[in-house]
Design a binder for this molecule. Structure first.
Ligand SMILES: *Cc1c(COP(=O)(O)O)cnc(C)c1O
Length: 368
């Protein structure tokens, strides 16, 4: 049995009529940039997420940069980010001229470790950027009160966590601003690059809207230096269709994750942590084992594709570290993930049969 990591085409086939009709509609109207479809999506997404405002933009990385700029974060400022995340978390901070200060992650949730973060706050700290890694909702209730107490901003990177919630509120609604990526492989994915920002603050939303479109308040009224990072009509139309299915797709992911956790019995494997009152959307199902590399090739021999998220900690990526003064801290948990994490196949179209096959293969690796 061949098990690819994910299969975007089979998802398309399941909603083909609607998607095709929507794409043709955009082409007929030839409204390719921003447009009514984008406004419709922004409205739908903000409603679905429980946020007051949504601003569509070019991709998730741009969304982080736009958020930082809108919050006036730049040279001389520090932003606390997790040492284990996608490169954008640190890259965007550096591109804004600010300094990323890395904090380790928690050994069970894999999200920012509260204690470590508290210790890293200085007079220069302007924001904490929480990443809901792998789809697990980081404890934003705690981080929100810390940010309030310190008078700093909370930014939520929700690129891997569309629909994850804690205390009945979706991620992205806790911070001053939340960012989402609609990269094709994300839980809600476009057919190309796309992203958005969400916020409850009208002024912030309006600044983000200006920044994504050359700083314009209205046509030719340039209010600030912005950029070109607009969401396009075709991507918005596709996202509008897919938004109707995201909840059921997330449920399928949760169900498969539960199945994996029941079926993977090898005691050498650490399975993802699940909490009773918060809700994981399993963008990735990440297991840990000291034999990670050998397990990965064993699975490859059985036609099972697995991936590593991520093989390096952010402060040791050369493009990032060249911008840092020496940082004294070690990041043992982040480093452990870099060495031991393995993401096994999981998507909204993966079959139960495939989950059984992958689980059996993992158990075989340790038992044979
Ligand atoms: C995917 C991702 C991003 C970046 O999104 P793009 O749309 O690819 O630019 C940022 N942060 C995290 C945690 C991500 O997984």
């Amino acid at each position: 049995m061949k098990v690819p990591f994910a299969n975007l085409y089979s998802q398309y086939v399941s909603i083909k009529e609607e998607i095709d009709a929507e794409i043709i509609d955009v082409i007929k109207n030839s409204q390719y940039i921003l447009s009514e479809k984008v406004e419709e999506f922004e409205l739908n997404f903000s409603f679905w997420n429980g946020s007051k405002y949504c601003v569509g933009c070019g991709n998730g990385t741009d969304a982080i940069e736009i958020a930082l700029q809108a919050l006036n974060i730049g040279p001389g400022d520090e932003v606390i980010v997790p040492a284990m995340s996608w490169v954008s978390s640190a890259e965007a901070v550096i591109r804004q001229g600010a300094k990323p200060v890395f904090a380790d992650i928690d050994s069970s949730t894999y999200c920012l470790d509260y204690r470590t973060v508290e210790e890293l706050i200085t007079a220069k700290t302007k924001a904490i950027m929480v990443v809901h890694l792998y789809g697990y909702p980081a404890d934003c209730v705690l981080f929100k009160s810390l940010c309030k107490q310190e008078g700093i901003f909370l930014i939520e990177d929700c690129a891997q966590a569309h629909g994850a919630f804690l205390e009945n509120k979706k991620v992205g609604t806790f911070g001053d601003i939340g960012i989402f990526s609609f990269y094709p492989g994300k839980n809600l994915g476009a057919y190309g690059d796309a992203g958005c920002l969400v916020t409850d603050q009208e002024e912030l939303a309006s600044i983000c809207k200006q920044i994504r479109n050359h700083g314009q308040i209205s046509k030719y009224l340039f209010n600030r230096i912005g950029r070109n990072s607009r969401l396009d009509g075709i991507q918005a139309a596709i996202l509008n269709v897919k938004l109707k299915y995201i909840d059921s797709w997330n449920n399928h992911r949760r169900y498969l994750a539960k199945l994996y956790s029941e079926l993977i019995s090898a005691k050498e494997i650490v399975r993802p942590f699940v909490h009773e009152t918060s809700d994981h959307v399993f963008h990735l199902y990440v297991i840990r084992t000291e034999n990670r590399n050998a397990l990965k090739s064993f699975l490859e021999d059985r036609d099972i594709q697995s991936l590593i998220h991520y093989p390096q900690i952010l402060p040791e990526i050369p493009s990032i570290s060249s911008h840092l003064d020496t940082q004294k801290l070690d990041y043992p948990i982040s480093r452990m993930l870099a060495n031991e994490a393995l993401s096994i196949p999981l998507s909204d179209t993966l079959s139960y049969e495939a989950v059984h096959y992958v689980s059996d293969s993992i158990n075989d690796f340790f038992n044979l």
